[in-house]
Design a protein around this ligand. Structure first.
Ligand code: UDP
Ligand code: MG
Length: 314
């Protein structure tokens, strides 16, 4: 048997990760030394302000299995991931964060499962006691909310650390969604999926790019890109309160009959305020979806490439 070993692409989105790139590439190489695969590393530089680009350009000069894509500006983690999947050439692609929270040593296990015939091997972060209480809680609530509000069951602790078979990537490449939430889309794809639990490591260097407002945005974004269930809920809520207000009418008539017609200002103002607020919320929900449709009709690309060393991109 003199078959060429399969090619594994490792995709790393990086935004201001100058101190992490060398270390992670080194660890990835160590892992593949023990394995019988060919591999390539593809780093997507997502419009950072530090020396990340210089570091990866230098790596590309000295290594022939190292590729990079430079974005024209910061487009975000999800578009960077998409770009990596779009241009990776491997028979499978493993994506992971640049900050070493996702240990490359797990590739071995992931590739084993892939060889067993799974098309998607994803990872589940176990409760990490070292993570801040706030981070753990926000993450837990994020998934609770997401599952409650959408039609897809996402599991807590699944991040963008996964292996995708060429089959799944080719389908994903054709997605023209403006609004990417890769985690949800991968679950939606189906195929044969397998989960591996792991304990994440500490961020090696630099700072997390997800602050509270970004987390919040990801949550709203996650829900509204996965389903239109919130619109349905708005309708149910509408029905519920219309029914409730029906009960109010007999009371009003009764009050009129016993000559108490003008009192009740407080209850009036509070109901007006309450329904005013409710309508605004629902209008907002509808607005988000209309906004998404607006963005989608423009049909803009998910990202713009400024430079790269991959030859099949013009
Ligand atoms: N990232 C990116 N663009 C961004 C923000 C983050 O490409 O606008 C990358 C980042 O470099 C890292 C990954 O996405 O490789 C996850 O980001 P981070 O570690 O900050 O998130 P956390 O682990 O704190 O959720
Ligand atoms: Mg991180």
């Amino acid at each position: 048997m003199n078959q060429m070993p399969k090619l594994v692409s490792v995709v790393i989105p990086a935004h201001n990760e100058e101190d992490n790139i060398i270390v992670i590439v080194d660890r990835i190489e160590k892992v593949f030394e023990k394995l019988n695969y060919r591999f390539e590393v593809l780093v997507v530089d997502d419009g950072g302000t530090d020396r990340t680009l210089e570091v990866i350009e230098e790596l590309a000069r000295v290594k022939d299995n190292f590729f990079y894509i430079e974005f024209s500006r910061n487009f975000g983690h999800q578009p960077a991931l998409k770009a990596g999947l779009d241009f990776a050439k491997g028979d499978c692609v493993i994506s992971l964060d640049a900050d070493l929270q996702h240990p490359p040593e797990m590739f071995i296990q992931m590739l084993e499962k892939w060889e067993e015939g799974y098309d998607v091997v994803y990872t589940r972060r176990k409760e990490d006691k070292r993570l801040s209480y706030k981070k753990r809680k926000t993450s837990a609530y994020f998934y609770k909310l997401l599952n409650f509000l959408s039609d897809i069951e996402l599991e807590p602790g699944t991040a963008d650390f996964r292996l995708l078979d060429r089959r799944a990537i080719d389908v994903f490449k054709d997605f023209k969604e403006n609004d990417l939430f890769v985690r949800g889309l991968v679950k939606w794809l189906g195929f044969r999926q397998f989960a591996i639990d792991y304990i994440p490591e500490q961020r090696f260097a630099g700072a997390s790019k997800y602050n509270r407002s970004k987390m919040m945005r990801l949550a709203v974004h996650g829900v509204t890109s996965l389903s239109i269930k919130p619109l349905h809920m708005a309708v149910y809520l509408g029905f519920f309160f219309s029914f409730l207000s029906l009960l109010y009418i007999p009371y009003v008539i009764h009050a009129l009959c016993i000559g108490k017609g003008v009192s009740g200002w407080a209850s009036l103002i509070s109901t007006v305020a309450f329904f005013g607020g409710l309508q605004l919320i629902i209008l907002g929900i509808i607005g988000i979806y209309i906004g998404k449709m607006f963005m989608q009709t423009k049909n803009r690309p998910n990202y713009i490439i400024r430079s790269t060393n991959i030859d099949n991109i013009k």
